[in-house]
Design a protein around this ligand. Structure first.
Ligand code: AMP
Ligand code: GLY
Length: 427
């Protein structure tokens, strides 16, 4: 099989790596990809916002399967145009992708189907939004309605911060048109988990759990980012909690989408928060998470490719169960200044020293310059390791991160740390 992966980040590198391990696959192409992935995929240039050129590329490459990584092309309908061209594609169509591309759609959908989520209000007017947070005392979460690469969410505990968030989203338009509306939510407190499932439009299978670290700095301080690290599995997600996630969240999502005439075909990643032990939805994402995918796929032993293909073709088997190996930890190494402004073109050294059977450095944004790899974005690398225990995986990932971080690089030191201290994690 020839598989085309769309996207260019660490998630896509992990997808290419996992897909390339399948005995069914003869060729993996990543478009546009980044130079650091070259060991695991051939790169093909493409502009993912130009949908006809994506279709043309898939036809030229004779792709037997296209796997879509990022949310923007899904929200723009890339899966629809590929399907119309007769290409097998793993990823939801535009209508179904609204679960992520419009927080308002997701909120109203959850209300219609009785799926637990934080209470919310929507505003199209900045003055009205500011007045409301003033009345409420500022304890809230302010979100740009549309896509914002994980950065359009402000968790606030006082009025000044909440007003500043409204201002930044609606008046300064830091996230462009995504800031035409804000959704303001009740602030929930609890442990967060990412839970993954794959649906073929009708049947669905659980893929597993991971925990992501969204804030830029240790101790969950600093700004929200796309994600600074992850580990998998999450030790406190036991069978009873999984059953509740399945029954209270995933069953109603997939059956609701189908009943509303937008069947969900692809991976759904539910961002959940455990409030007094109860799973509550923070957000849905219509794609694999980054960097959760690096952690999740690095420990997956089953062949992912037949599952992606079966889901894309609407024929997932009923009895599918994924096999997993040892726990894994993924540490993102980012440029100085991320998630705001950051330099590019900084040389990355020491990469050769960190490859091994239980260690992989996935590339999110690196570029070849004069034969050597340099940084080319905010999140640059993701040192990902497996180990007999979470602690061993963590030690291995951090030993790698220390060796390859360049001057000014930033990475969190506390990825998966709390999970090792079981007395601090909820039962
Ligand atoms: P989102 O992009 O909606 O996942 O939000 C990014 C991050 O903001 C989440 O991972 C949470 O850490 C935080 N967050 C979002 N919504 C809420 C909420 N209602 N209560 C508390 N934290 C939230
Ligand atoms: N790591 C969170 C996300 O991919 O949205």
């Amino acid at each position: 099989m020839r598989v085309l992966v769309l996207g260019s980040g660490g998630r896509e590198h992990a997808l290419c790596w996992a897909i390339g391990r399948s005995p069914l696959v003869s060729q993996v192409v990543c478009a546009p990809g980044n130079d650091g992935m070259r060991g695991d995929a051939r790169l093909a240039p493409v502009d993912l916002t130009d949908l006809p050129s994506v279709v043309k590329l898939a036809l030229e490459e004779s792709a037997d399967l296209v796997v879509v990584g990022p949310e923007d092309p899904l929200a723009a309908g890339v899966a629809d145009v590929l399907r119309e061209a007769g290409i097998v594609v793993f990823g939801p169509g535009r209508e179904a992708a609204q679960l992520e591309s419009s927080k308002l759609f997701a909120k109203q959908f959850m209300e219609r189907h009785g799926i637990p989520t934080a209470g919310h209000r929507v505003f199209e007017d900045a003055d009205a939004a500011e007045a409301w947070v003033g009345e409420r005392g500022g304890d809230c979460v302010v979100k740009a309605d549309g896509l914002a690469a994980g950065k359009g969410v402000f968790v606030c505990t006082d009025v000044d911060a909440a007003r500043a968030a409204v201002d930044e989203i609606m008046r300064d338009r830091r996230f462009g048109a995504s800031g035409a509306r804000v959704v303001i939510e009740e602030r929930l407190v609890g442990e967060e988990i990412s839970y993954y499932a794959i649906c073929d439009g009708e049947r669905w299978v659980p893929l597993g759990s991971a925990q992501d670290f969204k804030r830029a700095l240790d101790g969950d301080r600093g700004e929200n980012t796309g994600g600074m690290g992850a580990y998998s599995p999450v030790p406190f997600v036991d069978a009873a909690l999984e059953r509740r996630i399945h029954e209270q969240i995933l069953d109603p999502v997939f059956s609701g989408m189908r009943a509303e005439g937008r069947p969900y075909r692809g991976v759904l990643f539910a961002g959940l928060i455990l409030v007094d032990g109860d799973p509550v939805v923070i957000e849905f994402n219509c794609r694999f998470g980054d960097p959760e995918t690096q952690a999740l796929l690095f420990r997956l032993e089953s062949d992912l490719v037949p599952v992606l293909e079966a889901a894309a073709e609407g024929r997932l088997p009923d009895d599918l169960e994924f096999r997993y190996g040892d726990p894994s930890v993924a540490v993102v190494i980012a440029s100085e200044g991320y998630p705001r402004s950051y330099p590019k073109g900084v040389p990355i050294e020491g990469l050769e020293a960190v490859e091994g059977p239980d260690l992989k450095c996935f590339h999110a944004a690196s570029r070849l310059e004069g034969g050597a790899l340099v940084t080319n974005g905010g999140r640059v690398l993701c040192a990902t390791a497996r180990g007999a225990s979470l602690e061993a995986a963590r030690d291995r990932a951090y030993a790698a991160a220390e060796r390859i971080a360049w001057p000014g690089a930033q990475y969190r030191r506390d990825i998966a740390l709390r999970a090792l201290r079981s007395d601090e994690t909820p039962a």
